[in-house]
Design a protein around this ligand. Structure first.
Ligand code: GRF
Length: 221
């Protein structure tokens, strides 16, 4: 089935573009109901306009997190959404925000892409920190969002090698290209099969997770 999504962005919008291009190419069965940005003039707005997608600009400057989130939620609630997709949205979402998008199975219908193999290198410098650390294998993660930053059930990861002659620029460019393939792919899997949700019994308790490795919830939407 087709999924209705809103895309939240703060910057350039290359992931948004990859999603919109995939939809246009018939590879992703989704409709972007709204592109919402918190930074006036963000590139994502031009990309949305080019694709004829409705946009909203909700600047956070001068507002408390609560005030800003309430405005964002009000915009999102104007649409019949299956998922909220974060594509370079540089704001941490509070539990009050997330509560608006709770699935009965217990997860939030909010999906993020992060430029590292989580749980390594959360935060806003994923590629830079991985590169500086000297990783040999890097990657990107698409995950369901929870109350913690760059945290939550992992939907998919893709890896790439750091080459000996990589600069941070070539490293990032290779990663970004992978993001542009992975994100639409994951969304298409969800459109087709729903979210395959793996509920962790005890958060942050690796031993329990390993022991309970069979406790996988694969129920569908
Ligand atoms: C991407 O690297 C994404 O993984 C991260 O922020 C960046 C956004 O880039 N969360 P763009 O705006 O999609 O071009």
């Amino acid at each position: 089935m087709s999924i209705n999504i809103a895309v939240l962005a703060s910057g350039r919008g290359s992931n948004l573009e990859a999603i919109l291009d995939s939809i246009a190419a018939g590879k992703l069965d989704a409709k972007v109901q709204l592109v919402l940005v918190n930074v006036p003039g963000a590139g994502a707005i031009d990309i949305a306009n080019k694709h004829g997608v409705r946009t909203a600009v909700v600047p956070n400057a001068g507002l408390s997190r609560k005030e800003h989130e309430e405005k964002v939620v009000a915009e999102l609630k104007k649409h019949d959404l299956d998922f909220v997709v974060l594509a370079g949205y540089m704001r941490v979402l509070s539990s009050a925000f997330l509560a608006n998008f709770k699935d009965p199975r217990g997860f939030f219908k909010v999906i993020n892409i992060h430029p590292s193999l989580l749980p390594a290198f959360p935060g806003i410098r994923g590629y830079e920190e991985a590169f500086e650390y000297g990783v040999k294998i890097a990657g990107v993660t698409v995950h369901l969002v929870d109350e913690k930053v760059d945290h939550g059930p992992i939907l998919a990861q893709a890896t790439f090698r750091r080459e000996a002659d990589d600069t941070i620029e070539s490293f990032k460019a290779r990663g970004l290209k992978i993001e542009h393939e992975l994100f639409p792919e994951v969304l298409q899997n969800i459109a087709k099969d729903g979210v395959k949700y793996f509920k962790r019994l005890k958060d942050d308790n690796t031993e329990a997770q390993i022991k309970e490795g069979t406790d996988r919830e694969t129920a569908r939407r």
